[in-house]
Design a protein around this ligand. Structure first.
Ligand SMILES: NC(=O)c1ccc[n+]([C@@H]2O[C@H](COP(=O)([O-])OP(=O)(O)OC[C@H]3O[C@@H](n4cnc5c(N)ncnc54)[C@H](O)[C@@H]3O)[C@@H](O)[C@H]2O)c1
Length: 338
């Protein structure tokens, strides 16, 4: 078992390494060395806003691990003062299939999400220069992690902007998260339009279930948009942008904005590239168009980050073992009678 505290300690000071691990994981996926079946969404008729998602995956190459992330999203948790999402990550042995580790998964999930956004940001902005104005719409835990990982890119940011439906959350994020970056001015915007019009890089990390940003004109200055929450943008904006995704089959489901666009247009021509196409140079991202990155979030990223966290935690003596967990290990003789 690896506790959340041990996961946190293992990841400390390793952001650059995690960015490289996540970038390599996309390359492995692009080269066909992974198995990443569709996520399974467990939903509840009596609690329609909540869900628990199963993300099984297998990663080949040097990583060599199978496993599953089991992550719940209960948005009302925020009113209870605890994070929306909680998760466990199970790692399975490649030879025997036996689970060999169980890790607190929400930090790993947030880290792999933030690292994937930062890797995309690094490559999607390559031809246009570092963004000077970064704006966050939705100011929860994921936005906080994305801010931290974008910080690893070393951009000379001149201004941060924030907008949240709940102004108190926006102000708290501005003060506690962005305010920690001494010297960089922070503006709390009163509308999403104002924030988008004044940002070169827009991070969307809301819990919106349906598009609420609908006017393509707000994007006439052609920012890069990290559409991590996946359901914020209207079809008109998607069609007006260059669209880069993590995995085409994954992201075209569950009523994401690109899924709605596919349903409306009856095709996939509006998708320009996967992130791997960008990493390999197969697709060159234009500097004079709005670019939207929509990552569905692949279970293989959790396994890549999680298996390294397990290795780091073990080296630091931070893994708690449960002796006798697998008890009946002789096929013909009960463990109790030996
Ligand atoms: N793509 C991925 O790989 C991936 C991975 C993890 C999380 N996510 C998504 O990231 C999002 C954020 O997660 P979180 O844990 O930070 O959630 P959170 O509940 O902590 O924060 C979400 C924030 O968005 C705000 N918000 C909701 N609707 C809004 C709107 N229309 N306009 C502006 N603000 C709005 C809320 O007030 C809240 O402050 C979720 O949608 C989650 O599903 C995506």
């Amino acid at each position: 078992m690896v506790s959340g505290a041990a996961v946190h300690r293992s990841l400390e000071g390793r952001r650059a390494e995690v960015l490289d691990l996540v970038e390599d994981a996309y390359r492995l996926h692009g080269a066909g060395h992974t198995v990443n079946p569709p996520s399974y969404f467990l939903r509840f008729p009596d609690r329609p806003a909540s869900r628990i998602i199963a993300l099984p995956a297998s990663v080949g190459g040097d990583v060599g691990v199978d496993g599953i992330k089991w992550i719940s999203s209960f948005p009302t948790n925020v009113e209870l003062g605890i994070p929306r999402a909680s998760a466990m990550l199970v790692l399975n042995d490649r030879v025997t299939g036996y689970p060999f580790a169980c890790l607190e998964g929400s930090i790993i999930s947030a880290v792999r999400t933030a690292a994937s956004a930062a890797v995309a940001a690094r490559h999607l902005t390559a031809k246009r220069g570092a963004p000077r104005r970064i704006g966050f719409i939705g100011t929860g835990l994921i936005a906080r992690y994305i801010h931290t990982y974008l910080g690893e890119l070393g951009w000379p940011v001149e201004e941060f902007g924030v907008f949240d439906l709940n102004e108190e959350y926006a102000r708290s994020f501005a003060g506690q998260v962005l305010g920690a970056d001494t010297g960089t001015p922070v503006t709390v915007h009163s509308t999403a339009e104002e924030l988008i019009r004044s940002s070169d890089l827009v991070v969307l990390a809301t819990t919106a279930a349906a598009p609420h940003i609908t006017d393509p004109d707000w994007f006439s200055h052609h920012p890069v948009v990290l559409h991590v929450s996946l359901r914020d943008l209207s079809t008109a904006i998607v069609l007006d942008s260059v669209n880069v995704v993590d995995d085409v089959d994954h992201v075209l489901q569950a009523d994401t904005s690109v899924h709605l666009t596919e349903q409306q247009t009856g095709g996939r021509d509006f998708l320009h590239a996967t992130l791997n196409d960008v990493l390999t140079g197969e697709y060159t991202v234009p500097a004079d168009r709005t670019v939207v990155f929509s990552p569905f979030g692949l279970g293989l990223l959790d396994l890549v980050v999680g298996s390294n966290v397990h290795r780091w935690a073990r080296a630091a003596g931070e893994v708690t073992t449960v002796d006798g967990f697998f008890h009946d290990l002789d096929r013909h003789q009960s463990a109790g009678t030996r």
